[in-house]
Design a protein around this ligand. Structure first.
Ligand code: HEM
Length: 411
């Protein structure tokens, strides 16, 4: 493998703008926590803020950032460099996510009167972003056509496949809405299918592929087995998270089996990645290990049910997305582009740890006897710390980027 890496300013700028979008989305998370303490400003409601936050994090931060960083690594894996097309698609995906944010905050999935029509404006804008994902998938597969499949490329193949397949869930959510079908089972099935495959497939596997592209070791049988387990299981894990009240009895059991297989596959890849002797690389893997441990526990149905009742789903999602994916992207962006892209990974890590630790008292992991009104203040403080840390890191990165683009040595 040759270590030619791409340092295109276009991809780096896309990454940095996505990182600023994290700041905005994190601030909306802090606003949600503030609203739980007192009341929501401007007549906003909790569910709309949650939709705005989660869409902006997934589609305005993690997706364009991953698109840019993956594309910057392609040449090192022997694929064609296609920065201009990736930038067009990445900026489009980012702009649509940003435009849909105020619409989600104000109206959620509700329809709004525009002229003579009633339109669910936020859903329409975020639905349009899906076409940018398809364009990215087309660019990815054409840049990798005929290229020898390295372990990193195989993980990316799975990630981009998951991105495309997860979109079926997003279309199904919209389809149910337009058809006026009011079924709690199908609503939760389509939402869980989308979020779990999009997050656990596209974001987690895409980030893993970038980490793998930094490890100069050949493919192994363990890794091949891991990819089969991951590819076979990742699309079915959502079944374990479905509300028991509505889901047929067998579905969560299938989901438990899939969770066990996926955890085994991810553990095998993590073991291989651990060979790289780099402190930050290993910190990222430790975050992944926590996610894998939680996923493995879902393989035991009584534990899975307890976890759902104990409100661990939200904690699990944030370990995966704010922990492994976010810190993984920041560490890899710094390796790719230096401080001008991401600022200090330590700053990001402090924010993430504050976010995650302060979420624990809201879950069943915390003894009920020790809980109280303070838990809401605590989790609010954690969300503010996370927002401030990301703001500081992005400010330094932007100053450093500006100095570099003006030809001065970065600070
Ligand atoms: C660093 C700052 C973050 C803060 C302050 C934060 C805060 C929050 C809050 C307050 C909620 C709603 C909780 C509830 O319903 O009780 C939430 C939900 C959510 N967050 Fe975050 N979060 C952060 C990072 C992230 C990241 C990095 C991602 C993904 C890339 C993410 C994705 C989500 C998702 C998908 C949900 C919705 C879960 C659901 O509805 O089931 N968050 N977050």
């Amino acid at each position: 493998m040759h270590w030619r890496s791409d340092n295109s300013p276009g991809l780096r700028r896309l990454w940095l703008v996505s990182a600023w979008t994290f700041v905005l989305a994190a601030a909306s998370g802090a606003l949600f926590r503030w609203g739980m303490l007192s009341s929501f400003p401007f007549d906003l409601i909790a569910s709309n803020i949650r939709h705005g936050h989660s869409h902006l994090m997934l589609m305005g931060w993690a997706t364009p950032a991953l698109m840019a960083l993956m594309a910057a690594r392609w040449p090192a894996e022997g694929a064609r460099q296609v920065n201009a097309s990736v930038c067009i698609v990445g900026w489009t995906a980012w702009a649509l996510a940003l435009l849909s944010f105020p619409a989600f905050l104000l109206y959620g999935y509700e329809s709004v009167s525009i002229g003579t029509a009633d339109l669910p404006i936020a859903a329409i804008l975020s639905g349009m972003a899906i076409f940018a994902w398809y364009a990215y998938a087309a660019i990815y597969f054409s840049a990798h056509r005929g290229v020898r499949r390295t372990p990193a490329i195989r993980l990316w193949d799975l990630a981009v496949g998951a991105l495309v397949i997860s979109s079926v869930g997003a279309w199904a959510v919209a389809g149910l809405m337009f058809a006026g079908i009011d079924s709690p089972l199908w609503e939760s099935t389509t939402v869980h299918f989308f979020v779990d495959l999009f997050g656990g497939g596209w974001l987690v596997l895409g980030t893993l592929g970038i980490l793998r592209s930094r490890l100069e070791l050949p493919d192994s049988i363990n890794e091949r087995v891991a990819r089969v387990l991951i590819g076979g299981a990742v699309g079915f894990v959502f079944l374990v998270g479905l509300p028991r009240l509505h889901a047929p009895e067998l579905w969560p059991l299938f989901g438990s089996v899939a969770a066990g297989l996926l955890a085994a596959g991810l553990a095998l890849v993590t073991r291989k990645l651990w060979c790289r002797d780099d402190l930050w690389h290993r910190r990222v893997l430790l975050l992944l290990a926590v996610k894998i441990a939680m996923l493995a526990s879902l393989a035991f149905p009584p534990l899975a049910e307890w976890g759902l009742r104990a409100g661990l789903r939200l904690f699990y999602l944030h370990i995966a997305f704010a922990g492994f994916v976010t810190i993984g992207l920041v560490v890899m962006a710094r390796e790719q582009w230096g401080r001008s892209a991401a600022g200090s990974p330590s700053m990001w890590l402090v924010g993430t740890v504050a976010l995650l630790v302060t979420m624990i008292p809201l879950t069943g992991l915390w003894p009920r006897a020790l809980a109280g009104a303070w838990t809401f203040q605590f989790v609010f403080v954690g969300s503010v710390v996370a927002t401030i840390c990301a703001t500081v890191a992005c400010t330094f990165a932007t100053l450093s980027n500006t100095a570099m683009e003006r030809g001065k040595p970065p600070t």
